[in-house]
Write a protein that binds this ligand. Structure first.
Ligand code: 48F
Length: 255
C-alpha cells in the first residue's frame, strides 16, 4: 500500500519546473522596472512598486536574496532600525522590540519577511543566481539589464548573456554600485565613493542620495551612498528601507 495517492515522478517534476520557470523568465523580458540587487533597499523598492501595480523583476547574483540583512552586525543576527520605520515593519509583520528609543529586529525575520512579501506578489518576478554584467542603453537612456547566470560568472567561462528590458532600472547592488560604475565607464558620472562610518549622518545621506543618476537609471541603498560619497552606517537599516521607498516614488514618477 503506497503512502502517496498522487505520486510525482521525476519527469513530471522536471517538466513543471522548466515550464513554470521559463514562463516567468519570458515575462521578465519586458518589465516596468528591473531592480538589480535584493538587499533591503531593492526589496522594499520592488515591494512598493508592485503594490502600486507595476511589473517588477528583481535579480540577485547570490543563491539567497536579502543582501547584507542576514548577517546583522559582525554575524550577530540583529539589526537596528529607527522608530520612524515602525509602520513599514508593522505592514510587513516583522516583529521588533523597543530598546533605547530604537527598534531591535532579528535579521533573519527581516530578510525572510521581505523575501516572503515579494515572492507572494503576482506582479514580481525574483531571479536568484542571476547577475547583471552590463546595462542596455538606447540613446544614453538605460532601458535594460544584461544578465547572465551566476554559475557562469563563477566558472569564468565565456558564455554570452541575455537582455531583460524595462522602462527604468534600479541599481541596488550595495557597496559596489555595479550599474552606476558600468554606466560611468561609458558616460562619466561623478562617483565619489562612500565616506567614513557615521551612522547618524549616513542614514540621512542614504535617503537624500537616492535619485536618478542617468536617464532611466536610479540608485538606492549603499549604491546611492557610494555614488554620492555619503557616510557608511553599518547595521542600522532604517535608511535602507526609506531609501527603497523613495526610489519607488521616483521611479513611479518617471515611468
Ligand atoms: O548590500 P545590500 O544588502 O544592498 P543595500 O540595499 O543594503 C545595504 C545593507 O545591507 C548594509 C548596510 C546597512 O546599513 O550598509 O550593507 O544597499 O545588497 C546588495 C545585493 O546586490 C546583489 C548582492 O548579491 C546583494 O544581495 N548584487 C551585487 N552585485 C550584483 C548583484 C550584480 N552585478 N547582479 C546582481 N546582483
Amino acid at each position: 500500500m503506497n503512502i502517496f495517492k498522487y505520486p510525482v515522478n521525476a519527469g513530471q517534476a522536471s517538466r513543471m519546473i522548466l515550464g513554470n520557470y521559463f514562463r516567468d523568465l519570458e515575462r521578465a523580458v519586458e518589465s516596468d522596472v528591473i531592480v538589480v540587487g535584493a538587499g533591503p533597499s531593492g526589496l522594499i523598492c520592488a515591494h512598493e512598486l508592485a503594490e502600486d501595480g507595476y511589473n517588477v523583476t528583481i535579480i540577485d547574483r547570490h543563491l539567497v536574496p536579502g543582501g547584507g540583512i542576514w548577517g546583522g552586525a559582525m554575524s550577530f543576527n540583529k539589526v537596528i532600525l529607527q522608530k520612524d520605520t515602525m509602520g513599514i515593519l508593522d505592514k510587513l509583520a516583522v516583529p521588533y522590540q523597543e530598546d533605547e528609543e530604537a527598534l531591535v529586529v532579528s535579521s533573519l525575520a527581516l530578510a525572510s519577511k521581505l523575501i516572503f512579501a515579494l515572492s507572494s506578489q503576482p506582479k514580481v518576478n525574483i531571479f536568484n543566481l542571476m547577475f547583471a554584467e552590463d546595462i542596455h542603453c538606447t540613446k544614453d537612456r538605460v532601458d535594460g539589464v544584461v544578465v547572465n547566470n551566476s554559475t557562469i560568472e563563477i566558472s569564468g567561462l565565456h558564455v554570452d548573456p541575455m537582455v531583460l528590458m524595462a522602462k527604468a532600472v534600479l541599481d541596488a547592488t550595495g557597496h559596489d554600485a555595479v550599474l552606476a560604475n558600468l554606466y560611468s565607464q561609458r558616460i562619466p558620472l561623478d562617483i565619489r565613493k562612500e565616506s567614513f562610518m557615521n551612522p547618524v549622518q549616513g542614514e540621512e545621506d542614504v535617503v537624500k542620495n537616492t535619485r536618478m543618476i542617468a536617464p532611466g537609471l536610479f540608485v538606492s541603498g549603499m549604491a546611492a551612498t557610494n555614488v554620492a560619497g555619503g557616510c557608511r552606517m553599518g547595521p542600522i537599516f532604517g535608511g535602507m528601507l526609506l531609501s527603497g521607498k523613495k526610489a519607488a516614488q521616483l521611479i513611479a514618477a518617471y515611468i
